[in-house]
Structures are given as C-alpha cells and as structure tokens.
Design a protein around this ligand. Sequence first.
Ligand SMILES: *Cc1c(COP(=O)(O)O)cnc(C)c1O
Length: 468
Amino acid sequence: MSINTSKARQSTNVDDTLSINPVFVRPGEATDFNKFKLPAGPSLPETAYQIVHDEAILDGNSRLNLATFVTTWMDDEAKKLYAESADKNMIDKDEYPATAAIEDRCWRMLADLWNVPDTKDTIGTSTIGSSEACMLGGLALKRLWQHKRQAEGKSTEKPNLIMSAAVQVVWEKFCNYWDIEPRFVPVTPDHMVLDGFELEKYVDENTIGVVAILGQTFTGAYEPVKEIAKKLDEIQASTGFDIKIHVDGASGAMVAPFCQPDLEWDFRVERVNSISTSGHKYGLVYPGVGWVVWRNTKVMPESMIFHVSYLGGDMPTLALNFSRPGAQVLMQYYQFLRLGFEGYREVQQNSIDVATYLSSEIEKIGPFKLISRGDTIPVFAWILKDGETKNWSLYDLADRLRMKGWQVPAYPMADDLSDMTLQRVVVKVGLSRDLATALLADIKGETQFLESLQSPLPREAAASHFHH
Ligand SMILES: *Cc1c(COP(=O)(O)O)cnc(C)c1O
C-alpha cells in the first residue's frame, strides 16, 4: 500500500475517539480512548495489543474484504485452540469422543436458542458450512414427502421446491444434484424477498417444501417466515397440502435471536421443519463450520441417520462429508462460552450499528439509493438513483475502491431484476467504527472523482461479475 493512500486516510479521519469493540472490553475498562492523548491509566495487555493490532490492519489484509460473510477475525485464545486441535477429525467419534460430545452440546444450544418446542426431542449436527446444512434440511423435506406419497400409493417422480429467485446458489445446486424441480418466485421491485405473494401459484401436491432465507445474500433482507407460514396455512385450508419450511439462516439465524428477539422466524413458527446456519459467518468462527437442527426427531427421517458406535454408546451421524476438521466445532464451543448470549448480542449489535451508520451516510452522498439499511443482518446494498445518465457505474466505484484496498463488490440483482446493479457491504466483527469512517471517506472521495468525469470511462468488452 502506498504512503499516499495511508496519508489520505489519516487526514480524512477527523474523529478523535477510538471506540473499542465490545468483544474484548473487560468489565471495568474504558470503551473508548482519545487517539491523540496518552491514556491516564494502563489497560490489560490483551486489550492494548488488540487496539494496536486493529489500527495496523489499515496496512491491508482480509479485513478490508467487505464482500465476504465469512469470519476473518478471532481472538488469540481461539487461534491457540485452533492450533492445538488442528489434527482432529470430526468423523472420528471413537478417537475423539470429547469433540463429538462438544458438537452435541453446540447444536443443542442452537436448538434452544431457536426455540425448539422440546429440547429433549430434537436432532441436529455440525456440517462443513451452510451449504451442507441446507442440503441435509432439503433432503429431509424430500424424504418426508416421499414417505407420505409412498404411503398414499402416489408417484414420487416429480418433487419440487419453492424459493425466491434470489436464493444463494446452494439451493440451485441442491435441486440440480438431487433432481428436484426448483420453482423460483421472481423478485420484483414490490417483492424483493419471498413474502408469500402469489405463493398459491407455485404449490402443488409435489411440493416438498418452501425455503425462507433469513438474510438474503444480495441485500441482507429477511424473508418474513411468519407471513410465508400464514400463506401456507391458507393454502392448506383450500387445497389440503401441508407444506413445511426450511429456514436458511446462514447469517440471520446467528443475528436475529440476539438483536431481533421478538421477530418470530424460528421454531416458534409451527411450519418451520428445520433451520440451518453458518458457524463461520455470524457464528464468529473461522471457516468451515455450519449447523442444522430439526424441530423434533419425527421430522428428521431415520433413514438419513448412520449409526456410529462410540465408547460403547450410539452416536448417530448425518452428513454428506466423511472426514472434516473438528477444530472448528471446538472453536464454536469456545465462542459460545466466551461470549454467551450477551456477548453475541453486543457483538452483532455493534456490527448492526456500524452498518446502519454507514448506510445512512452513504445515502447522504447523493447519487445512491439504499436497497437495505443493515438493520436486519449487518449487510446493506445500494443502487444508483434512476433517471440520471452517468459517465460511470457502480462497477467503476468498486474498481476505484479496490485500488485503495477495499473490496466492496458491485453485482447484478437476481433473475428478473438482473438489469439492476447493486453494491453491497457486509459488516463483520472486524469492521470497527473507525475503519468504517475510513471506508466512508474513500467512498465519498471516489464518488466525487467519478462524478467529475467529463466523458464515460473506457469499458472492457465484458465486465467481470462478482459471484456470491
Ligand atoms: C453463505 C450462504 C449460504 C452458503 O453457506 P456456506 O456456509 O458458505 O456453505 C447459503 N445460504 C445463504 C443465505 C448464505 O448467505
């Protein structure tokens, strides 16, 4: 990174206060410092180290990557644990029974967090990420549908799954790999998320389920699970089809329980069969770990479970993979113990505060219109306002920011709205308010530059697109 760039950052950074991430503030310690005055008293070495370390990341590293949802920061104890347990294989439940028991505790904690009706009658597992977790949730829906159809002597040839056209690619993969017809509900300016609108047009006797996304990858918006369920109640009343929901809570399932506790999206909604999340997104663990939990043991078909014996007992496993790292599961347990409910709430709320601050400031810049604000998961997106012809696009702004080290991708919206270009920021635990201020200064500066262009920027033959 050039000296000029860092100078520019310093001079545009006028805030005197350095606020400290609640994740490592110890009880009794200050939550902010003045940048230009020697602090009156000492801090714990871990706290001081962390502050210096955080400031130094302007030198350029993965934390300037605002494209990814995946954890790019964990504390030293987590790293130590990672190094100590790097050799553990999750599938080896015989050799690593303690890790297996910890895995069990983790998904049970999540089941409880997501309000399963009976914490003793539930089933879940860790996975390599949300993709595997979604596939297992989807497969259970497929099996349940198959068993019911077979019992009725009906065909199981043509299963279909209903989802928004703005699903994450895993659902297209799931349908492709397991021969299920995907039924995409289009995104439109009035219905940017799946909200139950015209759902009756998609449901039939071959529908294995509906996917609801808690935290759409394009915008961060939540799909209203309760409203979707209500629409499915109406559909059941008129057609008799009893359609269940899998909630793809890759990011939101680790944010909503802490920051939007009154939002009913989880097992409180009776139609929710299963919920998946990425431990390595807002679960705050390095890649790769995911989780999936079912409402009860009845809705997780026994035929999907493989029984592994361990310590003379029975350890049921369900997974697409065999060997995979056990360290991530231990790190997840570490974070659960380390942060607890209140710690997770503070960390996620801090990210939401940074996201909403950024989005409101970006909205003020002029040419931008917000599509979301970062008040669901700490993710927001914006577009260029209609009706103004410009010499630049959001792809140009993404390029300009990349020159400064920031990765803030621009990409087309899904399907019917693919003419719409969005630019998105994902705020994670590593993006402090201070870092956000520096990003904002660069967005302002680069926008000003682009607005001052006298003629369009030269174009490549084909624009490179960001992939989710
Ligand atoms: C990230 C994401 C996935 C895929 O999760 P991985 O953990 O990367 O496998 C699936 N669905 C949604 C909504 C996501 O955001």
